[in-house]
Design a protein around this ligand. Structure first.
Ligand SMILES: Cc1cc2nc3c(=O)[nH]c(=O)nc-3n(C[C@H](O)[C@H](O)[C@H](O)COP(=O)(O)O)c2cc1C
Length: 344
């Protein structure tokens, strides 16, 4: 069977192709679970559909949401997504991967507030979506459209970038505060959560793999995880907003590849942070590399496959470090609307 876009109009068509391709693809006719609400911290998510973060690169030059952004998120809300995970939003000018990427800052927080309001208004007829703003610095993919060039965590000979500049420890330390400010602004604008994006090869993903880097943010796992954990702790300490982290679950697997966190290198000592044994969580993934496919086994992060890999993962919001743990079991999808009839 040839590759085909997932544009099935009926389950019968899908089941037909499943049979032709001889796939072991689980299928359930009963989708009632998707209509059930879910408790998350102080909030109730009204159903199990989540709109995934999908960058449109259609922000205004100053980073504010454009009318196109607004229209897209209104459509997600009108389409009854219980959770709307906004696309990546840069925390600083130099971290943008594209001059049309969203960028949240003091000067345009009103425009983001307007976006949050519009999402709620568009969902008025059925409820209130849970909204997550994804915060990012694009690392080696930043600055490609400007004279400044990309800012990376370390030189990677496999993916060299012209004019790449390695961020110093001092710059990373002040970047942590940019994340905090963006989280404060997201709260001020009326969003429910921020996601500290640590996946897809962007800066924090690079840092997690920065074995060759020297100084406070490179080398051993504790140093490599420092930036991510510092940012999460700062946001928790200074805001009331919920914090999520999106990680690539493949990066936690034993095989070494480009962004592997290296949790499982032979002889690695147990890694602890703030009372948590990070190695335990790592071992859970190692013993069951498919663990994240089971919504009941989420360990509190939004797990992601690489773009296009189509791995089903439930999303979860990361609330550990002594503040309890909450899991969500949601279905995520990239389309603007929930498939017809799913929630009616
Ligand atoms: C055009 C495009 C833009 C995307 N932008 C983001 C993004 O801003 N943040 C993010 O975490 N993932 C982003 N993704 C990844 C998606 O959220 C999703 O994980 C990916 O498409 C795989 O989904 P699937 O497993 O349902 O195919 C993007 C994907 C595409 C195709």
């Amino acid at each position: 069977m040839q590759h085909r876009i997932f544009d099935y109009e009926s389950s019968e068509q899908l089941l037909h192709d499943r049979q032709i391709a001889g796939l072991q693809l689980p299928f359930a006719r009963e989708t009632g679970i998707l209509k059930t609400p879910l408790r998350l911290g102080q909030r109730q998510i009204e159903n199990r559909l989540a709109a995934q973060p999908v960058e449109g690169f259609d922000a205004l030059p100053d980073g504010s949401p454009s009318e196109k952004n607004m229209a897209r998120y209104r459509a997600y809300a009108a389409g009854m997504s219980g959770m709307i995970w906004l696309e990546s939003v840069s925390v600083c000018a130099s971290g943008r991967s594209n001059p049309s990427q969203l960028w949240l800052r003091r000067e345009n927080v009103d425009r983001f507030r307007c976006l949050a309001d519009e999402i709620r208004t568009a969902a008025n007829s059925w409820g209130r979506p849970y909204t997550v703003v994804q915060l990012t610095h694009s690392g080696r993919y930043s600055g490609q459209h400007s004279a400044a060039g990309p800012e990376s965590a370390f030189h990677n000979p496999l993916i060299p970038k012209e004019h790449e500049r390695i961020l110093t420890d001092g710059e990373l330390s002040s970047l942590e505060d940019d994340y905090l400010l963006a989280a404060q602004l997201a709260q001020e604008a009326g969003f429910d959560a921020v996601d500290v994006r640590a996946c897809h090869g962007y800066l924090i993903n690079e840092l997690l793999a920065a074995r060759e880097r020297e100084g406070r943010y490179g080398g051993g796992f504790e140093n490599r995880a420092r930036f991510l954990l510092d940012v999460v702790e700062k946001i928790r300490a200074h805001t009331e907003i919920e914090v999520a982290v999106r990680l690539n679950v493949y990066d936690a697997l034993a095989q070494h590849h480009l962004w592997n966190w290296g949790l499982f290198a032979a002889g690695d000592p147990p890694v602890r942070y703030g009372g948590r044994n990070l190695s335990d969580r790592a071992s859970a993934y190692r013993s069951r590399p498919d663990a994240a496919a089971d919504p009941a086994d989420q360990t509190g992060c939004s797990a992601s496959g690489c773009c296009g890999f189509g791995v089903y993962m439930a999303a979860g919001v990361w609330r550990e470090c002594g503040r309890g743990r909450h899991r969500t079991g949601v279905v995520r999808f990239c389309g603007v609307r929930a498939p017809a009839g799913l929630l009616s």
